[in-house]
Design a binder for this molecule. Structure first.
Ligand code: MN3
Length: 199
């Protein structure tokens, strides 16, 4: 069975950038529902219930067709949100070292990277995610619809931003750009660096 991971900080820790009620509902209701629906979808597949979700999602074409879309949606939702929570912190410090060197090398500078990533997040029509991924020895920015994950395209997510309205509507309503600007204040670059180092 898959389980809901605890937040690595309190629900109020990311105030004023991400509000407490949004964090409580986003983690305690939305993420919890992805976990429940994933377990329900896999109830007749004990072997898949024992497999790390990242492995399942990277081999979607081997998943029985009758549950593939459910796994894409709910397995993707579980994986994406499990990645997302530790990518935020109330004690954000700018990237440094090998990660910053790689960002400079692939995007020109941290500012240019943030501009391009923000454009991807703004350009994602409807619900989805913006990503910094490692693919074939390169860093790339991409976006995905719904709960689709870069893992299913053979790419490793290093940083992800949830741009579903449930991630920001209570505080920012239709102002996705204000949400993104605020989110940069709480990015956990140490976690991005750890994800980068693990590739
Ligand atoms: Mn979400």
């Amino acid at each position: 069975m898959f389980t809901l991971p605890d937040l690595p900080y309190s629900s109020s820790a990311l105030e004023p950038y991400i509000d407490t009620q949004t964090m409580e509902i986003h983690h305690g209701k939305h993420h919890a529902a992805y976990v429940k629906n994933l377990n329900d979808a896999l109830s007749s597949y004990p072997d898949l219930l024992q497999t790390p979700i990242e492995t399942v999602l990277s081999r979607l074409n081997q998943i029985p067709e009758n549950i593939r879309q459910k796994i894409t949606n709910h397995g993707g939702g579980h994986s994406n949100h499990s990645l997302f929570w530790p990518l935020m912190t109330p004690k954000s410090a700018p990237p440094a070292g090998a990660l910053l060197d790689a960002i400079d090398s692939f995007f020109g500078s941290l500012d240019q990277f943030q501009e391009k990533f923000t454009a991807a997040a703004m350009g994602r029509f409807g619900s989805g995610w913006a990503w910094l991924v490692a693919a074939s020895g390169k860093l790339e920015i991409m976006d995905t619809p719904n709960q689709d994950t870069p893992l299913s395209q053979g790419k490793i997510p290093l940083l992800g931003l949830d741009v579903w309205e449930h991630a920001y509507y209570l505080k920012y309503q239709n102002r996705r750009n204000d949400y993104i600007s605020a989110w940069w204040h709480v990015v956990n670059w140490d976690q991005v660096a750890a994800n980068f180092q693990a590739v």
